[in-house]
Design a binder for this molecule. Structure first.
Ligand code: AMP
Length: 226
């Protein structure tokens, strides 16, 4: 049986977190828990949370720690996560969120935080070219569009540019990343839970590097995560 895992993936917007998280979730057979996807689903469904979140998301601002961690805690409490673990994508984004996550998981620990490193100039290019399916979130780019007329190859949904992938919002999101999220790298390093992996190159090569980093750590811990 494939062992489960409790993982978080850090990295600037456009570093390829979403793509790598989907692959990790298949590899370790654990749910992919993406706060951005959960919030976009809430916006689409027009729930109270969605109505509250939309403006801030479109502007690239972060939502409040308590709101996010309330949403994440209830997802992490579900049976699929309890049985196998998770790949957490887009959270934590602040030290306060990391502290709340550690307290929530206690006495169990996070197995690992993977930081996918890509230079800012490259993520800016990727984000400006990124296009996504409004229905299933599949990623495309202007240089690698869906086969037919901006219709998603996976589900037939409309493929568009995310509101927060426009220039102003991108600048704001990267600014917030440096200020609020980058300090988490040292936070996890100090707890010996960090692996930094280069995110440059083809997605397959990045996936191989990430899985190798996870397995090296698993071996160091005697073949099993907590
Ligand atoms: P993402 O798809 O992860 O880039 O998230 C899209 C947007 O959702 C972000 O720009 C924030 O507005 C909001 N968001 C997602 N995750 C978080 C989080 N952990 N903390 C605060 N805001 C978040």
């Amino acid at each position: 049986m494939v062992p489960g895992a409790r993982l978080i993936v850090l990295g600037k917007q456009g570093a390829g977190k979403g793509t790598q998280c989907v692959r990790l979730s298949h590899h370790y057979v654990v749910p992919h828990v993406s706060t951005g996807d959960m919030l976009r689903a809430a916006v689409k469904q027009g729930t109270a949370l969605g109505l509250k979140a939309k403006d801030q998301m479109d502007r690239g601002e972060l939502l409040g720690d308590d709101l996010i961690m309330g949403m994440v805690a209830s997802r992490l409490d579900e049976s699929d996560v309890r049985a196998r673990g998770f790949v957490l994508d887009g959270c934590p984004r602040t030290v306060a969120q990391a502290e709340q996550l550690a307290a929530f998981l206690n006495p169990v620990e996070l197995d690992m935080a993977v930081d996918i490193e890509v230079p800012t100039a490259q993520v800016l290019r990727r984000l400006a070219a990124r296009r996504v399916c409004v229905d299933c979130g599949a990623n495309y780019s202007v240089s690698s569009p869906p086969l037919i007329n901006w219709t998603c190859d996976v589900c037939g949904g409309e493929v568009i540019q995310r509101e927060d992938d426009r220039e102003e919002a991108i600048t704001r999101r990267l600014e917030l990343y440096e200020r609020q999220t980058a300090p988490l790298i040292d936070w996890y390093r100090a707890r010996d839970q960090l692996a930094a992996v280069s995110g440059i190159g083809a997605p397959d090569s990045v996936t191989r590097r990430v899985i190798k980093a996870i397995e090296v750590r698993r071996d160091r811990k005697g073949g099993r995560f907590t």
